[in-house]
Design a protein around this ligand. Structure first.
Ligand SMILES: [Fe+2]
Length: 227
């Protein structure tokens, strides 16, 4: 529980409930006066940490790395900041997925897989009633879409996938493959890099995959800091 409540920069989820300083790391990004996460969103985040701690830790890691990539993509400042929030919230829909499925040590059967694939839609439904910041919802709703159109939940293709989700998808897969999961050990960094290269133009926007692979991934993997 102590780990769950810890937050970078001295913030924790208790103070976050008071709308304190849950925000991206200092990056030179122009801060807005309004924090885009309301109490409901923060409550879901806390619930996810309790319900599925591995996903919570993954969400914290990818938020900073996605922000680094968003800055390199020369996206507008406010959008970059919202990618950080979107990354943090991207898997909150998993609180609707039974834990026996999320933590299953074996490969999922088709019926279980179909349940898991609903988590972006669950999260979108949860957030769409709470705020109107498109780039946050874009990450949450579209992070499992694929450049070639074979993703879910809507099978969007190419540039029809919002840019925030396209860049986050690379970071999400990179961190997921490089981390231990109940059904497999973590891949080596070399093997993950080869996978990103192989899936460039299939799973991933090739321009974004190329930019990502030019980042100092060893440093990101080790520190998770924004560069
Ligand atoms: Fe996901």
């Amino acid at each position: 529980m102590i780990n769950l409540l810890s937050w970078h920069g001295g913030c924790n989820l208790t103070t976050c409930y008071g709308y304190s300083n849950i925000s991206p790391p200092e990056t030179g990004i122009q801060k807005t006066n309004t924090m885009p996460l309301n109490n409901a969103s923060l409550g879901w985040l806390l619930a996810l940490g309790i319900y599925d701690f591995d996903t919570w830790q993954h969400s914290r890691r990818v938020a900073n790395i996605a922000l680094s990539l968003a800055r390199r993509e020369d996206i507008k400042n406010k959008t970059s900041e919202n990618v950080w929030y979107g990354a943090l919230l991207h898997d909150i829909g998993k609180i609707y997925i039974p834990q026996k499925i999320l933590q299953k040590p074996d490969k999922l059967v088709e019926e279980e897989w179909q349940i898991v694939k609903k988590h972006p839609t669950h999260a979108h439904d949860m957030l769409s009633t709470q705020n109107n910041i498109p780039s946050i919802n874009d990450v949450v709703y579209c992070h499992h879409e694929r450049w070639d159109g074979d993703g879910y939940p809507r099978g969007l293709r190419g540039n029809d996938i919002p840019i925030a989700a396209r860049l986050f998808a690379v970071v999400d897969v990179w961190d997921a493959l490089g981390s231990d999961r109940p059904y497999r050990p973590a891949w080596s960094q070399e093997k993950v890099r080869e996978y990103i290269e192989k899936e460039s133009g299939k799973h991933f926007d090739p321009r974004i995959a190329d930019i990502f692979l030019k980042m100092d991934l060893d440093a990101l993997h080790t520190t998770g800091k924004v560069h």
